[in-house]
Design a protein around this ligand. Structure first.
Ligand SMILES: Cc1ncc(COP(=O)(O)O)c(C=O)c1O
Length: 562
């Protein structure tokens, strides 16, 4: 008996539907597999978890022994803490006073002040250990605060300071002289822009340039153009990578809005390459080459330093191999490869990450140091990708705006920066750059090992992070000992030390001496005592128990109140 044609058609339809369903499930599964296993890789879950963590803090007694340290150790910690507190009050008196006066009116200061250390310790630390947020001058590799203290600058001005403060002062002053006659005229250009465009084209190896006011905006424009030209919706960013604070590139904790057209995938992973090969909705892939230092982990900061699990290690060959494979897949699938060099551009090599890794991107963003000390974001790209209109669809355009784009003062300071980049003195700084900074990192690590201090540094060239080699809940205290030794860190603490390239060996040795002295003092004050049974895992479990207990008591309190 033959099968009815109608039944046959139904079977066929069913088979097609099943095949489609399986294909959808397969691509969905591939996407899931390409996510990093950590919470950082699961941005929605991270936001949900963050919203569940209740505030609690340690009282004064617990502050010094939240790891169940014996009385003698807690007493040593307390004495050390109070000694530091006294020293801070004396040494940074004016700076702290002025900071306290302005802090209620500056939301940024309130935020950075509160998140300098893990929240359980934060209020107590703020009460006793405030270094202040003011400096009045800079020279060489040092800063001077309002009390006249000279501090070695390891903040790097968020990465802007590649070539030394005096270098940028000159760029800004000379630049200003050059364009003074024009002043703040916007819209029309000062002729100085032409040389910048030419030089940036050479450096990036790309055809066109657009100027913006910040790195964030340059990234926004890169992604917008990629979506416009590919007519696809999604961007891929890698787990942990920072690309500015625009919502689409900063999903998860810190952004109240979901980023529904962003995939956060695992870096250095075959599963990710599979997703790029198989999905049809991906417009672009954003790479922040700084992640080579800590792939798939967020930017390190002491506020998250609850144990000693922070790890970092830069493997140039492995990261180069990854970028090459990424480049190949993007070319194969017509996905726009964007290098976000806002941080590392002009720092790891004069030609930036493209030169350093020998991999060419389709679009490249620069910022920070390129402004010669003034605010900047720059996008360089291949001509077809940079075009903001379609010849055959005159109304289908892709906007980019910004009142202060191409400000004459910024263009002139940039011009000075780019010109000086060519001078023999500056060229010399880039020679053997990695050897210089790797050797310095090794020297410091050797000294730390020699003294059996539980600290080590990892670096990508002149960008360093501090790691801790034995479990402890108090590693974040090191930032305060470092400050007491005259080392200025940015508000993220020991997560990021950024050197300018004008550090001489003698400057560096002075920093290393102070670093070792700070770690020594911290150990002597008992902060690195730890029970033999303590592990990073046991610390995290303890914190989880605390969180659950506080959440529970909060819920019970609410129940009673209703
Ligand atoms: C890689 C990267 N992209 C983008 C940005 C954002 O730049 P901006 O702070 O100038 O907006 C940053 C800032 O740190 C960055 O490091």
């Amino acid at each position: 008996m033959g099968i009815e044609p109608a039944t046959l058609a139904l079977y066929a339809l069913g088979a097609i539907a099943l095949a489609m369903l399986l294909a959808t499930l397969k691509t969905r599964l591939e996407l899931s597999l390409a996510k990093h296993r950590s919470v950082t890789g699961h941005v929605r879950m991270a936001r949900r978890i963050a919203s569940l963590v209740p505030f609690y803090e340690y009282d004064e007694a617990h502050f010094f022994r939240c790891d169940d340290a014996p009385d003698e150790i807690a007493a040593r910690r307390r004495a050390g803490f109070m000694r530091l507190s006294h020293l801070y009050r004396e040494r940074f008196a004016q700076t702290v006073r002025r900071t306290a006066e302005v802090a209620p009116g500056i939301s940024d200061l309130q935020f950075t002040g509160a998140y300098r250390v893990p929240f359980q310790f934060s209020r107590f630390v703020r009460r006793h250990l405030t270094a202040g947020a003011f400096v009045q001058s800079s020279a060489g590799v040092t800063l001077t605060d309002l009390d006249g203290n000279h501090l070695y600058d390891l903040t790097g001005s968020y990465g802007v300071n590649v070539l030394g403060h005096d270098f940028y002062k000159e760029c800004m002053a000379r630049g200003q002289e050059r364009v003074r006659e024009l002043g703040p005229v916007l819209g029309a250009y000062h002729p100085v822009i032409a040389a910048n465009v030419e030089r940036l084209k050479q450096i990036s190896g790309l055809d066109e340039v657009s100027f913006h006011m910040s790195g964030t905006e340059a990234v926004m424009q890169a992604v917008r153009l990629a979506r416009y030209h590919t007519r696809r919706s999604h961007l891929v960013r890698f787990c942990g990578a920072y690309h500015g604070w625009w919502g689409d590139v900063a999903p998860g904790v810190g952004n109240p809005q979901p980023a529904n057209e962003t995939y956060t995938l695992r870096e250095m992973s075959e599963a990710t390459l599979r997703v790029l090969r198989n999905r049809r909705d991906i417009a672009c892939v954003l790479v922040n080459p700084l992640q080579g230092l800590h792939p798939n982990a967020g930017a390190p900061a002491d506020s998250g330093l609850v144990d000693s699990a922070r790890g970092a290690r830069f493997d140039r060959a492995a990261y180069t191999d990854w970028l090459e494979r990424l480049r190949a897949v993007c070319s194969e699938r017509n996905i726009v490869l964007i290098f976000d060099e806002v941080f590392v551009g002009f720092r790891i090599a004069a030609g930036g990450a493209q030169e350093y890794f020998g991999v060419a991107a389709d679009l490249v963003t620069y910022g920070k140091t390129l402004g010669g000390g003034l605010p900047i974001g720059v996008l360089c790209g291949r001509a077809p990708l940079m075009k903001r209109f379609r010849d055959d669809r005159p109304v289908d355009v892709c906007f980019a705006r910004g009142t202060f784009n191409s400000h004459p003062y910024v263009m002139a300071a940039m011009h000075e920066f780019l010109q000086r980049l060519e001078t023999p003195e500056v060229r010399a700084l880039y020679r053997d750059l990695d050897e210089v900074w790797d050797r310095r990192a090794q020297r410091l690590n050797q000294r730390l090992r020699d003294e059996r201090l539980p600290v080590e540094v990892a670096n990508l060239s002149s960008i360093w992070t501090v790691c801790y080699t034995q479990p402890s809940r108090y590693n974040w205290m090191l930032q305060y000992y470092l400050r007491a030794e005259g080392l200025a860190l940015s508000w993220v603490g020991t997560g990021r030390l950024i050197f300018s390239l004008n550090y001489t060996d003698a400057d560096f040795d002075a920093v290393a001496d102070r670093f070792v002295a700070a770690a020594r003092a911290m150990r002597e004050d008992g902060w690195w005592w730890s029970a033999p049974s303590t592990t990073n895992k046991s610390i995290r479990q303890q914190i989880l128990r605390e969180i659950v207990a506080h959440r529970w008591s909060l819920a019970r309190g609410q129940e009673k109140a209703t």
